[in-house]
Ligand binder design. Structure first.
Ligand code: UDP
Length: 448
């Protein structure tokens, strides 16, 4: 291994979606704390708050998105547009940076920038990928072409509960599915990401190896490139704000007034949307559970409405302070609060790992992509949550909340998530899997 007096520069090309900005910036901070200089390359769309990271150098590239393209109506379409419009601006930018910075070590790209597959060939710089899903979902995605060939993806409704022979933990309805008008668009994304992963110099995961050892073996078989499981990222670095929406900090003072482990926190992440009837069923389910609830309703996340104006008149008053609805929350602090007892979640991987780290059991309401795989692992494999099984009905939600927060079954679930939290803590300590894997990643980067 080469030794250097000063650590080299890493260029990190972050992807402009909240669930990617968070782990991308956490990884950047982890590497900065180990002495690397970090230059963040980002798009103008959803550009990060650069003033929150004075220790990084930022370079913005023009993404050329039109106003009508810059929205989440069809996220897969948005990913393709970004991948095609950023080819030239990113290439120009990297060329310039490489000529100015001779000590650069590598480029780290979010996996969704699949157009970067031939970067090493073009620019002669190693390319490491930050893949922001867990290994169980990664394995499911890696079999996507087989699942498509065998016709399973079209069985998701008619044979929803049939097991998937190639992925024994999953049912047909759990297969990663993309929220897009055109199914070929999902296939194109999958092919692009697979090609890009295969030609990479390595893949970094925000996962805990000890929880997914078999899946790591399978992943290495499918992609024979070095893999580094160094999660949970957010536990390695001080909290920093990459929020595209303003976090409503009054959540915390409201939680201070609630009994320990009494509150159900509900949030469906930064992209998923629901229709009006689902929204109203969730509202009544939460209210009828008679447990206090803190509910994040992102503006625009209910189709056809601005925010919560469709709640029946008098609904909020009828809660008598037992429920709080906000537009965006400081989620990590909310999950860590002693009053939070359960999480009604869409099961995005960041939300899932954040919940595991605080030993908060979950109620799963997945929408698309890896969320469905995560939900099945949460409910049936790790048994640390309940699955709504696509039944967004008030009574089902009411019962799930009561079961999780007030029954002996809920207590059993809580007992099972505790050791996972402990594993998440231990893996970061001297000799733990994430500790060792981060050392290997650093040595690997320094060997370029
Ligand atoms: N998040 C937040 N406030 C909220 C809801 C979510 O800060 O009110 C953060 C959450 O902590 C997580 C990210 O947004 O880090 C969402 O990522 P995830 O992978 O769970 O879902 P996605 O938004 O990508 O669907």
């Amino acid at each position: 291994m080469k030794t250097r007096e000063t650590k080299p520069v890493i260029f990190l090309f972050t992807f402009p979606l909240q669930g990617h900005l968070n782990p991308n910036f956490q990884l950047a901070n982890i590497l900065f704390n180990r002495g690397f200089s970090i230059t963040v390359i980002h798009t103008e769309f959803n550009s990060p708050n650069t003033s929150d990271f004075p220790h990084f150098t930022f370079v913005s590239i023009p993404d050329g998105l039109s106003e009508s393209e810059a929205n989440y109506t069809d996220v897969i379409d948005l990913l393709h547009v970004l991948n095609s419009k950023c080819v030239a601006p990113f290439g120009d930018c990297l060329k310039r940076l490489l000529s100015e910075e001779p000590t650069s070590a590598c480029v780290i790209v979010d996996a969704l920038w699949y157009f970067t597959y031939d970067l090493t060939e073009k620019f002669g710089i190693p390319r490491i990928i930050n893949r922001t899903v867990n290994l169980s979902a990664f394995v499911a995605f890696s079999k996507f072409h087989v699942l498509r060939e065998k016709g399973y993806l079209s069985l998701q409704e008619s044979h929803a509960d049939s097991p998937v022979p190639e992925l024994p933990c999953l049912r047909m309805k759990d297969l990663p599915w993309f929220q897009t008008e055109d199914p070929r668009s999902g296939d194109k994304l999958q092919r692009g990401v697979m090609k890009s992963l295969k030609s990479s110099s390595g893949i970094v995961f925000n996962v805990i190896e000890d929880l997914e050892t078999e899946q790591l073996k399978e992943s290495l078989k499918a992609f024979p490139v070095p893999m580094f499981c160094i999660g949970p990222f957010h536990r390695r670095v001080a909290a920093s704000s990459n929020s595209l929406l303003t976090q409503d900090m009054t959540c915390l003072s409201w939680l201070d007034k609630q009994e320990p482990r009494s509150v159900i926190y509900a949030s469906l992440g930064s992209i998923a949307s629901i229709d009006e009837s689902e929204f109203l069923e969730i509202a009544w389910g939460l209210r009828n559970s008679e447990q206090p609830f803190l509910w994040v309703v992102r503006p625009g996340s209910i189709k056809g409405t601005e925010w919560i104006e469709i709640l029946p008149k008098g609904f909020i008053e009828s809660l008598e302070g037992k429920g709080k609805i906000v537009k965006w929350a400081p989620q990590i602090e909310v999950l860590a609060h002693r009053a939070t007892g359960g999480f009604l979640t869409h099961c995005g991987w960041n939300s899932t790992i954040e919940s595991i780290c605080e030993a908060v059991p979950m109620i799963c309401k997945p929408s698309f992509g890896d969320q469905r795989v995560n939900a099945r692992y949460i409910s049936d494999v790790w048994k640390i949550g309940l699955h709504l099984e696509n039944k967004t009905e008030r009574l089902v939600i009411e019962n799930a909340v009561r079961t999780l927060l007030t029954s002996s079954q809920g207590e059993e679930i809580r007992k099972r998530i505790m050791p996972m939290k402990e594993t998440a803590e231990k893996c970061l300590k001297l000799g733990g899997s994430s500790y060792r894997n981060l050392e290997s990643l650093i040595a690997y980067i320094l060997s370029f």
